[in-house]
Design a protein around this ligand. Structure first.
Ligand code: CO
Length: 134
């Protein structure tokens, strides 16, 4: 069902410092910050030859990232994103096997303009999984 690794998302306490570190220290191709008010995050994408890294920083009052940073003040891996061909088919199949989809269970439009869903980390060995239809 799942295809390529689309990105690994890292929550960071300082978006500018993290962007500069990836650009300068690690020599990666770093994009510009993008506000995603529907997801409560500001995102910076880093292009690697085989995948992307997504730096996440809280945006607005009830950002889901703020909680994570409160527990992990120096930042940390927040989720990984796998590509799927058909997100509704993937959701139905996973729910049929007892997996929990976060929120109302309906796909939202993610940072790349494509439909995304999140799967409960407790059902997947402690890892928050994002599915993105490509
Ligand atoms: Co993501």
């Amino acid at each position: 069902m799942i295809g390529r690794l689309n990105h690994v998302a890292i929550a960071v306490p300082d978006l500018q410092a993290a962007s500069a570190q990836y650009a300068t220290t690690l020599g990666a191709k770093v994009g510009l910050p993008q506000d995603e008010p529907n997801h409560g995050v500001t995102v910076v994408f880093i292009e690697l030859p085989n995948t992307k890294i997504e730096l996440l920083y809280p945006l607005g009052e009830n950002s889901p990232i703020q909680n994570f940073l409160d527990k992990n003040p120096s930042g940390g891996i927040h989720h990984i994103c796998y590509e799927v061909d058909d997100i509704l088919m993937a959701r139905d199949q996973l729910q049929g096997q007892g997996a929990r989809v976060l929120g109302a269970g309906e796909p939202k439009i993610g940072a790349h303009g494509k439909p995304v869903l999140f799967l409960h980390p407790k059902d997947f060995t402690g890892c928050l999984i994002e599915l993105e239809q490509v």
